[in-house]
Structure formats: C-alpha cells, structure tokens
Design a protein around this ligand. Structure first.
Ligand code: ZN
Length: 432
C-alpha cells in the first residue's frame, strides 16, 4: 500500500511539473476525403512560407471532437465541391456556427449553408479560370496589386448581405469573390489549389508541344495566357498568399501578436536567386562567371551539363573555389534526344546518370536545386499515363529540394524570346 501511494505521489508531482498544453492560435482542418487532399495540406506550406508557424492541423472528420474555442483562428478547406455539393455534416455546421460567434473563421469555397457567417449569400458558380480584382481600400486588401489576377479552377460567386464587406470581386464587374464579416472571411475559390495551378501550369496541357517548338517543356503548360503575360512583373501567386496572410493578421490583431519569421536573411526586402547553366562552356569559363558573382558579393548555383568531362583537377578547384565559397554545384540534365517524347524513364536516366558522375567526382549524392537542358519536362508516369507533376515526382525520388525549370521564354513572342508569351511561369519569385 505504501508503495502504491509513493508511486501515485510521484506521478502527481510529475504531472504538476509538466507545463500545461497550450494550443497554437491557428488550427488548419484537413479534408482527407477530398479528391485532392494535398491542396489542404498545402495550406500549412503557405503559412510556413509566409513565416507563420504557430498552427496545428487536424482532420475535418474530427471537427465534432475538437475543442474549437482553443483556437483563435480556424482555417476550413474547400467544403463546397465542383458539382455544387455541400460536404459538411449537420454536426459540423452547428459546431462552426457556435465557434463563429467568438472565434475567427477563414474558409475556401465554404459549404453554402454557412455562407451567412461570412456576410454573403451564395449566388452562382462562376466560370472556370476567372479573374480576381481586389478592393485595395479594405484593410485586408491594402497593398495588394489593383491589377486583375488570374484564378484557376471552379469558383463560387457571392452576393453581400448587410453585414458583409467585399474584399474582392470577379473581374470585370462580376459577383463578390472574397467577402468578410466581423470574424470570418470566405474565398470563393480554392486559394491553395489556385496557387499550385498558377505555379505549375495547366494540368490539361501536360505532355503536348502546344507552342510547337519541337520540345515538351515546362512552358507548354502556360500557353494561352494561363497567367496573363501583361502581369509578368507581378508575382500573382505571392499576391494571393499575402491576401490570406493579411486576413490572418487582421483577425489576430485584437487577440495577440502573431510571430512571423521574415523570409530573407538580414531582413532584406527582396532577394535574387542567381542560377546559371554551364551549357557547353569550359570549366575555366564557368569558374570565371562564379568569380564575377562572388566579387559582387553574391553566391550562385552553377548547373553543369558536361559533368562527365570534369577532371580530378576541376573537382579540386570546385571544392576550393566554388563550394567553399558558399556557391552550389548542380547538374543540367540533358534529355534532348527525347525532346518530343520525354518519358519518366528517359528523364530519370538523364538525372540519375549526371548525379552519378557528380557523386563519383565530388562525393555529392544529390543536389538542392535542378534545371534541365531546354527545360524539358516529363509529364508521364512510368506506365505512360499523363501526370503533369511527373517531373516533380522524379526529382523528389532523387531528393532534389527545388525545381528551377522555370523562366520567361517564348520564341514567338513579339516582346522577344524571354518576355511575354506563355506568361509568368511560376507566378512567384519565392521558394516554396
Ligand atoms: Zn541548357
């Protein structure tokens, strides 16, 4: 008996010493039964990119069992689908209604039965691939570009009720696209899915040479002004990330300060990622370019195409004069013999063989970033089915962290070969 009491006392003391669990201010709900669940996982990536790490995630199906009032902000993934079907259970609706009386709700294409929480009435589905015009006079829209932004995929249109505030409309002159009420904001489009489409291009255009330059490349998925070339100077995806962040900051303002890590070192306001293809230059020429960049106080990534031609002396020089100075060496995979039919196997081989040489020469098993010769792009799975993210899957298998197969390029553009035409490839200058 004495033994039990002693252990019980120790356990009691231990529990007293443990700090009480404090939930972070933001909860992201994940809809694992969504046809594209990764788009709600991507909400977390957006927040991290925006320097916000004070959040946690939970499955939407657990909504009934979560103490929602533990959180200052709840982010709800898309719950009104492309067939106009509402996805929330009755118990979810009542839980969210109860929460909204005191908490803050951020929602992407919410179930239309809770539209009133956002100060709107659902009026219609909008045309696919609409445009968005942000009201920059609102607190949330302030400092966002006044130009019309491309948005991709299905959208919902709203009409404001007496308590709603219009944050953005479908342009020109369309229904309300984003609306807020005191403690809630609804996006009529699936913002995370739209960011992916803005950066990665149109999935429907994968694996075909739309610009007829005899190559299957990343740019083929941006033809037909997927991202308006007139907006090439605007990072369209970033603008929409900012819009979400503004809403979160607005809600947190009256509650507590939300810590945000700044994107760039030394609190710089912008940064340029300098990359260069070695192409068929000699190693001496490549080194001279690196030295120019180092002399200007920068660092760069050098993509070497002819890795197999590097000598042991070159390797020694790369260690001392490039890597030791903070620059990156990477590969410039060459799959141009399959330019008109880039396959999973041909691209895997192009990357794998060059990485093999690099590893043998410099003991570097993989690379941080990668850029392909001619920015060729595999949109085929191993079984030859089309998948516009096949290239990304291949690179992740090789543990590559960032794809750099993007730039402004269109041979036929009246603005010149490196401007206009397919539009801003990535919609962003920012690493994700
Ligand atoms: Zn090249």
């Amino acid at each position: 008996m004495r033994q039990i009491t002693s252990w019980g006392l120790r356990l009691f003391l231990l529990l007293c010493l443990l700090p009480a669990y404090a939930a972070p201010p933001i909860l992201i709900l994940l809809n694992e039964s969504s046809p594209q669940p990764n788009y709600c996982n991507y909400i977390a990536e957006i927040l991290k990119t925006e320097g916000i790490s004070e959040f946690e995630t939970a499955p939407l199906s657990n909504l009934d069992r979560i103490i929602l009032t533990n959180y200052s902000i709840i982010i709800l993934p898309q719950t009104h689908d492309d067939n106009d079907i509402n996805l929330l259970a009755d118990s979810h609706l009542s839980a969210l209604r109860a929460y909204a009386s005191s908490g803050n709700l951020v929602a992407f294409r919410p179930d239309t039965r809770i539209a009133d929480l956002f100060g709107v009435k659902w009026v219609s589905p909008q045309a696919n691939d609409s445009r968005l015009r942000v009201s920059t006079s609102t607190r949330i829209g302030k400092s966002i570009t006044p130009k019309d932004l491309n948005i991709h995929g299905h959208c919902d249109g709203y009409e404001l009720d007496s308590r709603g505030v219009k944050i953005a409309a479908y342009a020109p002159g369309g229904a309300t696209a984003i609306a807020s009420r005191d403690h809630a904001i609804a996006f009529g489009y699936n913002l995370p899915a739209n960011l992916v489409a803005t950066r990665q291009g149109n999935p429907a255009k994968a694996n075909f040479d739309w610009d007829q330059d005899q190559e299957i490349t990343a740019q083929d998925m941006f033809v037909d002004d997927w991202n308006d070339p007139q907006n090439n100077a605007i990072n369209q995806a970033d603008e929409q990330m900012r819009l979400l962040t503004h809403a979160i900051e607005y809600f947190m303002d009256s509650i507590l300060p939300l810590p945000r890590a700044w994107y760039f070192k030394n609190q710089l306001k912008s940064t340029v990622i300098f990359t260069s293809d070695g192409e068929d230059s000699t190693y001496a020429d490549e080194l001279s370019e690196v030295n120019d960049v180092l002399a200007a106080g920068g660092t760069m990534t050098l993509y070497i195409k002819n890795v197999s031609q590097l000598t042991a002396d070159d390797a020694e020089s790369i260690r001392n004069n490039i890597l030791a100075k903070g620059c990156e060496i990477s590969i410039h995979p060459n799959d141009v013999t399959h330019a008109r039919e880039v396959t999973y196997a041909s691209m895997s081989n192009a990357i794998g063989s060059k990485l093999g040489y690099l590893n043998k020469l410099l003991n570097i098993p993989t690379v941080q970033t990668i850029r392909n010769h001619w920015i060729l792009w595999s949109s085929l799975n191993p079984d030859q089915t089309t998948n516009y993210l096949s290239q990304v899957n291949i690179e992740s298998l090789f543990d590559v962290k960032m794809d750099c197969n993007y730039y402004f390029y269109d041979r036929a553009s009246p603005l010149g070969p490196y401007l206009g035409g397919p539009g801003s490839f990535i919609g962003s200058g920012l690493i994700m």
